[in-house]
Design a binder for this molecule. Structure first.
Ligand code: FE
Ligand code: FE
Length: 274
């Protein structure tokens, strides 16, 4: 019998080199993700004019390591395959396996990103990491809450209250979240004509990084009734995002043979437009 303790994930108090980079990442993210920034990024990146197939996008993620993840220093494509294989082993339906496979694929934004926007290999504060609502007060459930006061919007009376620029209980789908890979992929999939991924899968893509809500239970003033269902969906998906992280790698080509037919079943054979 194994006496090994269950692995601990998302430990942000470790003081090694990875953790220092993670901390620095979150400081920049909190300082720079403002209402104005998010609106500019949406205009800039949601152009849907760059065709690329799912598997090509997967392969491009072979060159990217997520600097905000304290648990994994493998290329991001390996995290995606581990998550998908986790869903497959758990007997989840094929669309859930697909959602696990692609959930972080919005990180291909780095291919056309910039250091200035925080969307490059070197600067990832507009690409990855736990996200929060912009235009409302930052909650203490954010990772490194000591950085909240660095956000310029927190000095702005339009934005620094619990509801900020929103109607009370307007619901998740009406909030502006920090810009990153989640919203990017969600919008690309939503724009894709042949997309038949169930709503549960689309919600999982869009909100999987929204930890202050789905794990921190903040933002009660902004949530609608529908969001309780969203939270259940996210919790169910999150098992594969978090607990399938392993140091070993899968062979991409042999994985493609299994996943490509599922990709085509829900997304067709046309490329996605990024
Ligand atoms: Fe993610
Ligand atoms: Fe992930």
């Amino acid at each position: 019998m194994s006496t090994e303790a269950a692995p601990q994930f998302r430990d942000y108090a470790k003081a090694d080199t990875i953790s220092l980079a993670v901390r620095d990442h979150y400081r920049k993210m909190r300082e720079r993700q403002t209402v104005d920034y998010v609106q500019r990024m949406k205009k800039k990146y949601l152009t849907f004019d760059k065709p690329m197939h799912v598997w090509d996008a997967m392969e491009r993620l072979n060159a990217l390591v997520d600097v905000s993840d304290p648990d994994l220093d493998l290329p991001n494509v390996q995290h995606l395959i581990q998550a998908a294989e986790g869903a497959r082993e758990a007997g989840e339906p094929d669309w859930m396996q697909l959602v696990a496979l692609i959930h972080d694929m919005g990180k291909v934004m780095y291919l056309w990103g910039s250091d200035e926007d925080g969307t490059s290999q070197a600067e990832q504060w507009g690409l990855v990491g736990d996200i929060f609502v912009v235009g409302a007060r930052l909650p203490d459930s954010c990772v490194y809450p000591q950085f909240n006061e660095l956000n310029p919007d927190m000095q702005d009376p339009r934005y620094n209250t619990p509801t900020g620029m929103y109607q009370p209980h307007c619901g998740l789908d009406n909030l502006e979240l920090a810009w990153g890979h989640d919203e990017y992929l969600y919008q690309v999939l939503k724009n894709h004509k042949g997309n038949t991924i169930p709503e549960q899968g689309m919600v999982s893509v869009r909100y999987h990084s929204f930890y202050p809500w789905h794990t921190g239970n903040s933002y009660t003033e902004l949530l609608s009734e529908k969001d309780a269902q969203y939270k259940e969906w996210i919790k169910s998906f999150n098992r594969f995002d978090l607990y399938t992280k392993r140091p070993e790698s899968f062979d991409l080509d042999s994985m493609k043979a299994y996943y490509q037919p599922i990709i085509e079943k829900y997304l067709g054979t046309e490329p996605l437009y990024w």
